[in-house]
Design a protein around this ligand. Structure first.
Ligand SMILES: [Zn+2]
Length: 378
């Protein structure tokens, strides 16, 4: 299903090309010129189109179907951007872009029920790995600072295993959560504060205007209707309450360089792909005023870069992810070949070092792989 022929050669040409663009201060369209407006670019664009000619032919049929509608603004002229593949099965999904919002939509749009089958049992995890603990500690610290160290009433939408809520509870916070994963995935001490289901089903469990802070850590991109979730958050927050959202940024440098192999594309689980402009606009239209944006979250960015580069050269995807998370059983189940395993083990350490430098550059440029918004309810 995957076509990796010529990928390495192409990457060798593309990376210096992007570096050249960055040095020149150019900001061409993501992800590579050949996918957008073929034939309208410079000579170098045309060379790239030739290199990707096979992909263009593959995508030709889907180019002809153009009557998709933007979920945010109703724009009917979405632009076909890229074909991405489900990491395990290789099932193809198309990414279509709304130029008004600078957002990408995964098509076909799937219902929550249809999406369920893509969430493998191990996706959520009840584990307390070092990585989990580090991410949780940083998030808890950020919330404590935001609240001026006064305990608040918080709702975490898509709370996963609940470790973040547990951390705040220990600091005396009044905690609530929502989660779609089965109850067994949620930490036992937190479980009774969690409404199991989509947010509209949880409406009765939570009073309107009752929360000081609502958080969405890497959840908004999963929802088939992000607007609905923002509207609910607006309703549930107290006047002047704060919404904290962290999502991947598809206009990041790492997404540009690795294209369809960019780990956080994560189709079809990731239904919407945000740019900073898209999220800011959507928040404003949903009754919020963005008050702070920060670019880059250390673990997500470093890991995202290493895994995405490895995905460009390995036949099977996300092997580094399984290794980092100690999912060796999954590696065996997925029948990872010796070549892929060796490439991952050999390249991961040097790539990790490179990713540290890359992370610093991404952050400086405001083009990191993740972005965190803090917005106030108007
Ligand atoms: Zn739109």
């Amino acid at each position: 299903m995957y076509d990796t022929s010529g990928r390495v050669t192409t990457s060798v040409i593309l990376i210096p090309y992007y570096l050249y663009e960055i040095i020149q201060g150019l900001t061409p369209d993501w992800p590579i010129p050949s996918y957008e407006h073929p034939g309208t670019g410079s000579a170098i664009d045309r060379v790239l189109i030739l290199l990707y000619i096979h992909d263009i032919f593959n995508d030709m049929d889907s180019r002809q179907v153009t009557n998709h509608t933007c979920q945010f603004c109703g724009n009917h002229d979405l632009l076909y951007t890229l074909m991405a593949y489900e990491f395990n099965t290789g099932e193809p999904f198309e990414l279509w872009k709304c130029n008004n919002y600078n957002a990408l939509f995964t098509l076909p749009r799937l219902s929550d029920r249809e999406l369920e089958k893509y969430y493998e049992k191990t996706y959520y995890g009840k584990r307390k790995s070092l990585v989990d603990q580090t991410i949780t500690r940083e998030r808890v610290g950020a919330l404590l600072r935001l609240a001026g160290n006064k305990p608040k009433k918080v709702l975490d939408v898509g709370c996963g295993n609940g470790l973040f809520l547990l951390g705040l509870q220990k600091k005396g916070w009044d905690i609530s959560g929502t989660e779609l994963a089965p109850e067994s995935h949620i930490n036992h001490d937190v479980s009774r504060f969690v409404c199991k289901g989509p947010i509209e089903k949880c409406e009765r469990a939570f009073a309107a205007g009752s929360f000081d802070i609502i958080t969405m850590w890497h959840t908004l991109e999963h929802f088939t209707d992000p607007k609905k979730y923002l509207a609910e958050a607006q309703k549930l927050l107290k006047p002047g309450g704060l919404l904290v959202i962290e999502v991947p940024n598809f206009t990041s440098l790492q997404s540009r360089i690795t294209g369809r192999h960019w780990y956080p594309l994560y189709v079809p689980q990731h239904q919407t792909h945000f740019s900073p402009q898209a999220l800011a606009l959507l928040l404003k239209k949903s009754g919020f005023r963005p008050i702070h944006i920060s670019h880059g979250t250390f673990f997500y960015d470093v890991f995202g870069f290493v895994q995405s580069v490895l995905n460009t050269v390995c036949r099977k995807k996300n092997i580094f992810f399984d290794i980092v998370n100690g999912k060796f059983g999954t590696l065996r189940q997925r029948k990872i070949g010796t070549r892929d395993f060796a490439v991952t083990v050999l390249l991961a350490p040097p790539l990790s070092l490179i990713s540290l430098v890359f992370y610093a550059i991404e952050k400086l440029m405001g083009r990191a792989g993740t972005m965190r918004f803090i917005a106030r309810k108007i």
